[in-house]
Design a protein around this ligand. Structure first.
Ligand code: DUC
Ligand code: ZN
Ligand code: ZN
Ligand code: ZN
Length: 444
């Protein structure tokens, strides 16, 4: 038997236009989009009058079921995806972490972990060391495994970080494979030095993570700009496109802006935490309240988020991710005596669609069509899954959400679907956004 669904009378939104129309779906594929579609009795009809019918969100940056800093993230491929669906995101792209440097072993492990999946997903490959074996494995990823985006770390000195010499080799390899190079852009040597300095000064709490004396705070954001500029120049040198993940500071954003104006192919991804939060929480006297905001690069001072929002609205930055990487309070407490031991990461896979809507569409900063572009379509285009994803049109996957602009609910750890006992967006508000074509909230 087939499932047939008609979504009637809503405002259908794509990245460049919107119109009142019906959407007819059969077996998970959109069959028709036009006004007044007539159907038989065997079709489930949903009235979407007064609501927006949009492509489901695609989160380009998540970490589910990842071992990191001595802990495993609390959300796996089931709970993380259930959270995503509950919040209107119908696809995500996760980072495979190699096992002992091996990409193939890493992929094998992630293929197992992702067996619990309840929605569509894709993989990027993180590169945690660089040598000839890895270089050969990259070929296998691109030619046989369908993975053609690789993330390199300019931070995490002593573990994931690779130096400029190797980064340049890696970029050359991406160029020759036609793969997309991605970077975590921070100056790892300087971050290491700055963290040691904080400990020497006796600053062991979460505020030390933002390197809290004013000159240090300045330095850490400037150094994100420095690393971003360096990566842009190295990628430009070998003429390969670059994707900068989690752009957190004005400094980094301005480097991307300059590069794009000069004609370089550079993509900038802000994450929702960087767009809407600021570092004031890192000074909360309650350790857990502060520690839950610890991620890298650090969430910046107030003002950076607004500037990143403006850059997103003007197209200087192109799409919004989350870096969803959740730990519960017991795990965050590993760093009670030393902020360097707090597992880095914040939630967001469930909240991203709500927060971009409530902070940017409600305020008139971006249009509803731009909302679809930055939360879905642009990601589908960059990672070669458009128009199967990221569009409401005949032939596309029925990854559809219905957003009710007149609804409002409060985000809370008490009601969210992540397994974490905390939420960095506690008390923020969102709109109801359901994904009916994917079966409704059966995971509850
Ligand atoms: N930053 C985080 O906060 N968590 C996961 C990895 C990263 O770069
Ligand atoms: Zn990162
Ligand atoms: Zn990440
Ligand atoms: Zn699907």
């Amino acid at each position: 038997s087939s499932t047939k669904l008609l979504i009637k009378g809503g405002t259908v939104v794509n990245a460049h236009e919107m119109e009142v129309a019906d959407v007819y779906v059969e077996d998970g594929i959109i069959v028709a989009v036009r006004p007044n579609i007539k159907v038989g009795d065997d079709v489930t009809v949903l009235d979407a009058t007064g609501k927006f019918v949009m492509p489901g969100g695609i989160d380009p940056h998540t970490h589910l079921d990842m071992e990191f800093m001595g802990s495993g993230t609390i959300d796996d491929f089931f709970s993380g995806q259930a959270a995503a669906l509950a919040g209107g995101t119908t696809m995500h792209i996760d980072f495979v972490i190699p096992v002992n440097g091996s990409l193939l072993s890493g992929l094998e492990a992630y293929e197992k972990k992702s067996k619990k999946s309840c929605m569509d997903y894709g993989f990027h490959m993180a590169i945690t060391k660089w040598d000839e074996v890895v270089s050969k494995e990259m070929e296998i990823m691109v030619n046989e495994k369908g993975i053609n985006s690789f993330k390199f770390f300019m931070a995490y000195k002593g573990s994931f970080m690779i130096n400029d010499e190797l980064l340049l080799q890696a970029f050359k390899k991406c160029k020759s494979l036609g793969a997309l190079a991605m970077v975590h852009a921070e100056n790892g040597d300087a971050v290491y030095e700055g963290q040691r300095r904080m400990i020497e000064l006796g600053i062991t709490g979460p505020e030390g993570h933002a390197l809290s004396s004013p000159q240090w705070l300045n330095f850490r954001k400037r150094l994100e700009g420095e690393a971003t500029a360096r990566a842009i120049k190295l990628a430009g040198f070998v003429n390969t496109p670059l994707y900068v993940v989690h752009v957190m500071s004005i400094d980094a954003m301005e480097e991307i802006s300059k590069a794009r104006k000069s004609g370089l192919k550079v993509i900038g991804e802000p994450v929702v935490s960087g767009l809407v939060l600021n570092d004031s929480w890192l000074w909360d006297p309650d350790f857990i309240t502060a520690a839950k905001y610890v991620m890298s690069p650090p969430i910046r001072a107030a003002g950076h988020g607004k500037a990143l929002q403006a850059a997103l609205s003007m197209g200087t930055l192109q799409l919004v991710g989350t870096d969803h990487c959740t730990f519960n309070s017991t795990q965050k407490a590993l760093g009670i005596d030393d902020f360097q031991k707090i597992p880095n990461g914040v939630n967001g896979i469930e909240e991203r669609m709500h927060l971009v809507w409530d902070t940017m569409v409600e305020s008139g900063q971006i249009s509803v069509t731009d909302y679809v572009r930055v939360t879905s379509t642009e990601c589908a285009r960059i990672f070669n899954i458009y128009p199967r994803k990221g569009a409401i049109r005949a032939g596309s996957d029925a990854d559809i959400i219905i957003l009710n602009p007149n609804s409002s609910f409060e985000i809370s750890a008490k009601s969210h679907h992540s397994r974490s006992d905390t939420n960095v967006y506690e008390g923020w508000r969102g709109k109801e956004a359901t994904a009916p074509s994917l079966g409704g909230p059966w995971w509850l």
